[in-house]
Design a protein around this ligand. Sequence first.
Ligand code: IVH
Length: 685
Amino acid sequence: MQLSLLESSDPRQVAENRVRELRIQLEYHNKRYYQLDAPEISDAEYDALFRELASLEERYPDLVTSDSPSQRVGGAATGRFRTVVHRLPMLSLENAVNDEEIRAKLDARVKKELGLAESSAVSYMCEPKMDGLAVELIYEQGVLTVASTRGDGITGEDVTPNIRTMRGVPLRLAGEWVPPLLEVRGEVYLSLEAFQKINRDREENGEPPFANPRNAAAGSLRQLDPRITARRPLSLFCYAPGLVEGATFSSQHEFLSVASTWGLPVNPLARLVEDVDGAVAYYNEMQELRESLPYEIDGTVVKVDSFQLQRELGEKSRSPLWAIACKFPPRQAETELEDILLSVGRTGVITPVAKLKPVEISGVTVSRATLHNWDELTAKDIRVGDTVVVERAGDVIPAVVRVVVDRRTGSERMVPPPLVCPECGSAVVRIADEVALRCMGISCPPQIRESLRHFASRGAMDIEGLGEKVVEQLLALGLVHTVADLYSLTKDDFMQFDRMGDKLASNLLAALESSKACDLSRFVFALGIRHVGERTAKALAQAFGSLENLEAATFDELISVRDIGATVAQSIFTFFNTPDNRSVIGRLRELGVNPTAVAKTVGGRLSGKNFVFTGSLTRFSRDHARKLVEDQGGNVVGSVSRKTDYVVAGEDSGSKLVKARELGIAILGEDEFLNLLETPDERNM
Ligand code: IVH
């Protein structure tokens, strides 16, 4: 008998081979799901692969590597959540794609099954079909106890801590009376605005953007670390009851209106219609309205309104006979990719952009689409001359979904990644762990343009009047090359601009002058250091107190600042130790820019008081709680001692709570803590 070279009888070797195989498969499916929006396997199949990997790694811990999908927080976390078995299965819906199908697949069938005449009228509840992910919330005695994803309809993932971070989800039902048990189903979604912001941030950080709001919502909800979910403004609309004890509803419209009195969010666009004509009209109306809604919908859902009739109709192979999803045509079109252009952003990221033969997609003419990055371009094998499918998926900029390979003629041209920046000719590098290519030139025009704009913007130096147009003219006339040059501008310089008056020029100079005495945190933010947003800039200003201290900070000092990890610390350290940056800061100083740290609140109501937080907080994040305390002059410390004044205990508080009791320290619940601050919690802000 001949043994295959790949097979081995050593169990560890077998495990190692399998682990390698599983990682490749999981990464591949991750990519298909999150980036390409074209999953090939079901969530359950993905879970099975994930669990197999996790259990092998548990058995052979030395096989765990930091890049294993099992170690990743984010999309790949599937399989690490506790599973929840839905008491009633979460069904899916059959689809209709036009008016005729709504009539045939729903109305005609309903009447046939119920033995009603074709001419009779059945009333329907019509709702927008939210494009997000389905969840189930369980309220026991009015309190949210478990929240889970739909999963395969039978079992889902326990995402309770994550759902709790969502501001629109009541943790306790409102109203005088609530049923002892209420399971409610709904759709978690992201507004278009939130989706676009998340993708902008991801691209800035060199992470691949989400393909559409649905993927972004799923990725945000299925985070092992609920603090990440908390930063993503997810929303919810409830649309169906699950198991309910102690209350009955006679219809879908009654259920929705009662649910809304309990404080559960219900889509205000839901509408009761008296017959199928109304349902068809609603479908057409929503298709028009779709373009102006602040969130994505991919169709409407039509449900027989009466729960009695719903029960009579029942279900067939995992979808009910009493409802149908009326899908809108996808916002896709085929067109020719004429060229691949390169666009350079503020941080030097070079993004490939598709120049398209103009094509109309649901009323909008599209001639450009993002290709995101070169990995994506290579993975999708996109070439100049290809016929491509373009989709508007909630983003301002449409995306190229795939190539229509059958249309290839052989004359298509592949475009290699650039070696030099198309704008300034400097070298292009690919930073480890990032998908993005970056231009490293310090005098690259688009980078200067964006850094000037950022420097002058409201959250940064807030230089009034120094907007896009002024920046363009400053660059066109060669008057500024770095942000420091702004402070040596004279009135005569400004007077060379088109349509510049004496008053406007004086105002600009005055705005520049007054920005010189700025707050340190704004100045640090204005410098545009990678990974340093307003929040980090504030933390840095508070920790170092002066620009000189910050410039001299070591990597170890930087990383010990709250919320600053290795990547951010490295980026700050590199920034201040780059000679060009030092010289720009030096010149800013010479020209009179003098940032100072705003003194920490002293004499606040909590001045000198020490707080310890323990257990999981449900009403606000730890960071927010810290801010509330610090804003009033108090301190937050990590461990309980005799110097501690208050311990704020969330759920499952452990040893710190015991110690606080032993030492007789005041223990506050979350509500008492808020009362002490006399400040509304995050939900009301
Ligand atoms: S009712 C048995 N109502 O569409 C009834 N579903 O294909 C189950 N969806 O998994 C669903 N908006 O994620 C219903 N207003 C709405 C909906 C909705 C979105 C999703 C839901 C479900 C899928 C069904």
